[in-house]
Design a protein around this ligand. Sequence first.
Ligand code: CUA
Length: 363
Amino acid sequence: MLAGQTEEGLRAKVKLLLGVAGVTLALAACGDQGDLPQNSLDPQGPIARDIDDLWNLVFWIAVVVFVLVQGALLVAIFRFRARKGDEERKIRQLHGNTRLEVLWTIIPAVLLAVLVVPTVSVLFDIREEPTGDDVLRINVTGHQWWWEFEYPEGFHTANEMHIPAGRDVYLTMTSADVIHSFWVPALNGKRDVVPGRFQNLTLNADNPTPPGEPLFGQCAEFCGLAHADMRIKVFVDDEEGFAAWADNQAQPAVIPTEGLAADGWGTFTRVCSACHAVAGTDAELRLAPDLTHFASRTTFGGATFENTTEHLSEWLRNPSALKPMAPDLNDLAATPPRVLGMPDFGLDNAEIRGLVALLEGWD
Ligand code: CUA
C-alpha cells in the first residue's frame, strides 16, 4: 500500500474507478444501428465483408489472448499476495526462466505468422482492379469541401453517388487541392485522395438501399475548416433504377424563359457561372459543384444540408453562416484557381427567390 493512504481510502478509489468504467461501458452500448450510419462493422458488400471477416478473426484471437494473459495475472495477484504473518517468510529469489521466455516469444510469433496470411491476401484482393464489361468506372475529385463524381457518360454530380447493386464500381480518385480521404465504411476501407496522383478504390454493394436511406461516407483526412462537412451519400439502385437515374443525369439542363426561374437564370449567368457548371450552357467551369440536376439531389453543401427551399435560401443569403468556409481566400485568377467556399454575394430577396426557383426546376 502507498505511504499515507489508508486502506479505506484506497478501496473508495477503486470503487470510484470501477463505477466510472461501468457507466462508460453502459453509455457506449446506447444507440442502435440507425444512429451509427458510418459503421465498418456492418458491411453491405463483399469487399467490406472481407475486411470485416479479417477483423473478426483478429478480434477473437485477441480475446483469447486477453483472457489467458489477464487470467494468469489475476491468479498471480491473488494466489501469491502477501498475507498476515508472511512478514517472516523467506521469498525464493528467481532470475529468468528460459522455458517461459521461449514460450512467450514463440506463441506471439506463431500467431502473427498465422494472421499475416489472410491479412496480406485480403489486402491484395481488395486492391485488384475489377475486370468485365459491367464494371462501372467513376472519376472522383476531392475539393475543399465537397466531392465531385464524373460518370462514363460524361455527366458530373456532387457529394451524392448512385451505383447499381451487385456490380463492381471502380473509382479513380484525385484531389484538386489538398489531401482528402474517401471513406464509405459499409463498402470498403479508406483511401487517400492526393493532388497530382490517381488512387483507386473498388465499391460493391449487395442490395439496393431503401428509398431515402443511402449509405453514408465521410472525408477521413483532415483537410481544413469544413472537413467534417465533406460527406458522401451512396444510393444503391437496382439496374433499372440506376439506368433511369443515369439517363436523366445525362440530359442537359432546361433553361427557363419566363417567370421567377428566368430571372434566376439572369442572376446565375451574372454571378454563379464564375464557378458552377451547367450542362448544355456556357457555364462550364468546375470550381464548384455542377448544378445541372441540382434538384435531384437530396442534400447539398457537402451532403450536409437537406435540399429544402429554406436551407437553399439560407445558403444563398450567406453560405458561410451554414457551413464554415473561407471564401475570403478565393483566388480565381491563380493557377490552378483557389476556391475555399462560396462567398456571400449580397443577393437581395428577389434574386434569392429567382435562384431558388431556377435550381428547384433542375431535377
Ligand atoms: Cu476533405 Cu477532410
